[in-house]
Design a protein around this ligand. Structure first.
Ligand SMILES: Cc1cc2nc3c(=O)[nH]c(=O)nc-3n(C[C@H](O)[C@H](O)[C@H](O)COP(=O)(O)O)c2cc1C
Length: 341
């Protein structure tokens, strides 16, 4: 089915196609009987798929990566497509437009995307309100990916993360601190040990004030050096956060076959070219830490085989973005089926 409609969507600009697909899914989901039809076609329920990770029970280990549903508009629809968890965001305290369009590009020859969205989102309050009214969760785990506004200086970034944390606290199951997007100028400087420890400690302090604290994870870039990854292992221990999401998009252009004009678009590369490096990062962190914290593996998962290799490298859960664009929603069930086997 997706093979039939994909060529039509691929004639559109990538971001327009994204909105048509998600909008169409939402409209269809409202039709009587559509929800159970989608569930039947795309979901796989099997107790062997269940996972308990950082204290949460996941129906299956396949999640929707951040960025696909930035404003928490389609959470129920993605649950019907078989995902065990959905990560909304990145949200920022105040709404922001993001970078000028076009800002998302397909590289079909590479099975990749380049994006420089720049945290376009409607603001944390809008996302929190939508999630508040989504009560029929049926075991779906929801993550809240949080960031800072573009015009907030790095020295004040901690306040933005704290605002998002507080506003989402009652409506998400876990948090992700995003300091690894290449599209907000200076953001990735926050991955350095000093500022990162400060942000994570402040969030953990706030977390401890709550009646029941929630898992906080850190999402990292694939472009970190080994010594920066060693720092990350130390920081996880020192701040006692729940785990790592590896990885975000890469600024590297290595090994791409597409036309020069496309490759030279600014932004982060996702999809197939990222698969090897993100798995390498997962393995490195897993070995260096003696598997002492959970890792969510993301980056170039196009097949059940790639999902399995991320898990063998040390990932407890995995997430999809670009694979969904190129392979369609059937990929979730394909991975789950293989995991059951
Ligand atoms: C268009 C687009 C927007 C994204 N937006 C976000 C975001 O807002 N926050 C975030 O943490 N990651 C974001 N990502 C990164 C993905 O969550 C994921 O880490 C990355 O794309 C690698 O996975 P993939 O190869 O399966 O796409 C975005 C990716 C794409 C392609």
């Amino acid at each position: 089915m997706y093979k039939l409609v994909k060529p039509l969507f691929f004639t559109m600009d990538a971001e327009t196609a994204h909105h048509r697909v998600t909008g169409g899914l939402k409209t269809f989901h409202r039709v009587w009987g559509a929800k159970s039809l989608l569930k039947q076609a795309f979901s796989l329920n099997d107790s062997s798929l269940e996972r308990e990770v950082f204290g949460l029970k996941f129906k299956n280990p396949v999640g929707l990566a951040a960025g696909f549903d930035k404003n928490a508009e389609f959470v129920e629809e993605f649950a019907s497509l078989g995902f065990g968890f959905v990560e909304i965001g990145t949200v920022t305290p105040r709404p922001q437009m993001g970078n000028d369009k076009p800002r998302m590009f397909r590289l079909p020859k590479d099975g990749a995307l380049i994006n420089r969205m720049g945290f376009n989102n409607q603001g944390v309050e809008v996302a929190a309100m939508r999630l508040k009214y989504f009560t029929n969760r049926n075991g779906l785990i929801i993550g809240g990916n949080i960031g800072k506004n573009k015009d907030t200086p790095n020295e004040e970034a901690v306040n933005d993360y704290l605002i998002c944390f507080d506003k989402l606290f009652d409506v998400v199951d876990y948090f992700v601190v995003n300091v690894s997007s290449p599209n907000t100028p200076g953001l990735r400087d926050l991955q350095e040990k000093g500022p990162l420890t400060l942000i994570l400690n402040a969030l953990q302090k706030q977390n401890r004030l709550k009646e029941h604290s929630k898992p906080i994870l850190l999402k990292i870039a694939p472009d970190l050096t080994d010594s920066q990854l060693d720092d990350i292992v130390d920081i996880v221990k020192e701040t006692n956060i729940a785990g790592i999401i590896a990885t975000n998009t890469t600024i590297s252009r290595e090994g791409l076959y597409s036309e020069e004009a496309l490759i030279s678009e600014a932004g982060g590369v996702s999809g197939k070219p990222l698969a090897y490096r993100s798995t390498e990062v997962i393995r490195y962190l897993s070995e260096k830490s003696n598997r002492s914290f959970p890792i969510i593996g993301v980056g170039g998962i196009y097949s059940a085989a790639e999902a399995l290799s991320k898990m063998q490298a040390g990932a407890s859960l995995i997430q999809l973005y670009t694979g969904l664009v190129y392979r369609g929603p059937g990929l979730v069930k394909e991975i789950c089926k293989q995991l059951v086997k």
